[in-house]
Design a protein around this ligand. Structure first.
Ligand SMILES: Nc1nc2c(ncn2[C@@H]2O[C@H](COP(=O)(O)OP(=O)(O)OP(=O)(O)O)[C@@H](O)[C@H]2O)c(=O)[nH]1
Ligand SMILES: [Mg+2]
Length: 318
């Protein structure tokens, strides 16, 4: 007898990290019968059930293919563990559109101590387009945030594709490799939203990495983005820059209005889940994105994502 959503939600509320694999199996299930269980899970970890926002720091790590995201996460997770924080990483696999099909190891080349029960890493199928998030990934992030200290969503993308992860995460870190000109150009031209933290990887390459960091800092200054920190890291042995990276992420979280950000995230998730299920046509039937967001904005702040989605469906049926 598989665990019910309510049961899994209770375990997460109690801080039972060993519930994570079953939570992922449930949210990735496409069996119609599981839909209610997923709703029950999300209800059981909603702010109303938790008595406040989920404890985790939700971090989005995004950047071009091969920029060093997974290598960096191996060390970042270790740095969090050294601070006694538990961590879950959801690595979104852009090559797989199958739900529940992304195998560990596809993209999760993140090296951690396999005996450490406070670390959970899973590769998940993408939402269809580059940088897209599947409803299962959003649900997993919302649920795991009730139990883990840090929940990371790793996505591949550059340009506008960070938007979806920005809708879920508290803090978005964009990862750039030295001389990664695209990110600099996207930033300067406004195609890319200004990230909360910028990470230049492969600092061991020396001058080219330093120059990238300088160029990014100059671009941020010219955009008036004085709060975004640029951190350089190296994932080669010995790793370098990870204390600074942890500090930069913490600092962003520290100046964040978490409740406001999470409320916006739940509303964005509900809209995205609605569109995933009912398509753009469904969205037109409720008067388009603006009126959907307006309706969501009128809902109670403590509502969970499925309840918000049902409010949209009720409008569609009206
Ligand atoms: N010199 C150097 N190479 C690195 C560093 N970090 C990663 N690499 C190399 O860069 C390549 C890509 O690293 P990954 O960590 O897999 O990059 P990724 O961004 O996760 O890649 P995708 O998941 O495929 O988008 C690998 O060959 C790594 O060995 C670093 O700090 N220094
Ligand atoms: Mg990777």
């Amino acid at each position: 007898m598989p665990a019910t959503g309510e049961d899994l939600g209770r375990r997460l509320r109690e801080g039972d990290l060993s519930a994570a694999p079953a939570v992922l199996n449930l949210v990735e299930s496409r069996a119609p019968a599981h839909r209610d269980e997923i709703d029950a899970l999300l209800r059981a970890v909603s702010p109303a059930a938790l008595g406040g926002e989920a404890r985790a720091h939700l971090v989005g790590v995004t950047g071009p293919p091969g920029s060093g995201k997974s290598s960096l996460l191996s060390h970042l997770v270790a740095a969090w563990r050294a601070r006694e924080r538990s961590a879950a990483v959801l690595a979104v696999d852009p090559s797989s559109k199958r739900s529940g099909g992304a195998l560990l190891g596809d993209r999760a080349r993140i090296l951690v101590d396999p005996r450490d029960e406070q670390v959970f890493i899973r590769s998940m199928a993408a939402g269809g387009r580059l940088g897209g998030l599947a409803p299962a990934t959003r649900a997993a992030a919302h649920a795991l945030a009730a139990a883990f200290d840090v929940v990371v969503i790793e996505t591949v993308g550059v340009g506008q594709s960070e938007t979806e992860v920005a809708e879920v995460a508290d803090t978005v870190a964009v990862v750039v490799q030295p001389a990664g000109g695209d990110v600099l150009q996207f930033l300067k031209s406004g195609i890319m939203e200004i990230p909360d933290v910028l990470v230049v990887t492969k600092a061991d390459l020396g001058p080219v990495a330093l120059r990238s960091r300088r160029d990014l800092n100059a671009a941020l200054r010219s955009l008036g983005a004085t709060e975004t920190k640029v951190v350089a890291v190296s994932s080669l042995s010995p790793p370098a820059g990870f204390d600074e990276l942890v500090a930069a992420l913490d600092e962003h979280r520290g100046r964040l209005d978490v409740a406001a950000r999470r409320l916006a995230a739940r509303r964005a998730s509900a809209l995205a889940d609605f569109v995933a299920e009912h398509g753009e046509r469904g969205l037109r039937a409720i008067g388009g994105r603006r009126s959907a967001l307006k309706l969501l904005g009128e809902q109670d702040a403590a509502l969970d994502v499925p309840a918000l989605q049902r409010a949209l469906e009720a409008r569609a049926a009206a």
